[in-house]
Design a protein around this ligand. Structure first.
Ligand code: 5GP
Length: 170
């Protein structure tokens, strides 16, 4: 698994428990950190309005990237909002895995990427995902929701207050 932080970390850890097969080792979780900033619109090369910044990435020269070669990789995030972050994560991971394959002479090994999000917001997306993901059942959203702001329990400083507000909304 590759968890996109910070929001994807807790869902990835929970998923790992559900995906664990008796007698098999735990699925490793690699972490990447991506932040989405609103651009001031002064850079004509950037996508209008948005810019993804890496705060943490996998080390191309180490085992981290080589570990993905030939595997079914599940990319985990908490929410697919404008899709900008997911587009960036998939494009850059695919690119880096291809580079690592060439470097290590493992071009014949196929790596597939699947996406899991807890929530997909039903809205016009800015980002695009490759056809081999979106068109072939490799995009999984636990729930599709409207264009609302979601407060996740792991963001709450006061979990009792979070639960109270959550129950009050139901
Ligand atoms: P994107 O617009 O690239 O799909 O999402 C960027 C990031 O914005 C997400 O990974 C998430 O961290 C944050 N985000 C977007 N919508 C929500 C939301 O409704 N609630 C929370 N807590 N974070 C959100």
């Amino acid at each position: 698994m590759v968890a996109i932080g910070g929001g994807g970390y807790v869902p990835a850890r929970i998923l790992r428990s559900f995906l664990k097969k008796p007698g098999s080792p735990n699925i490793p979780i690699q972490a990447i950190g991506l932040s989405l900033y609103e651009s001031l619109g002064t850079d004509p090369i950037e996508e209008p309005g948005t810019k993804v910044t890496r705060t943490q990435w996998l080390d191309l020269s180490s085992l981290e990237m080589a570990n993905l070669i030939g595997k079914n990789v599940l990319i985990v995030d908490e929410v697919d909002d404008t899709r900008t972050t997911l587009e960036y994560a998939v494009r850059e991971l695919q690119k880096d895995v291809e580079e690592a394959k060439k470097k290590l002479g493992r071009e014949n090994e196929k790596t597939t990427f699947t996406i899991f999000v807890l929530h997909n917001k039903d809205k016009t997306k800015k980002g695009e995902l490759p056809k081999e993901i979106i068109g072939e059942g490799k995009y999984l959203a636990a729930e599709t929701v409207g264009n609302v702001w979601i407060c996740y329990p792991w963001e709450a400083a006061d979990i009792d207050e979070h639960d109270r507000l959550s129950h009050a909304q139901q």
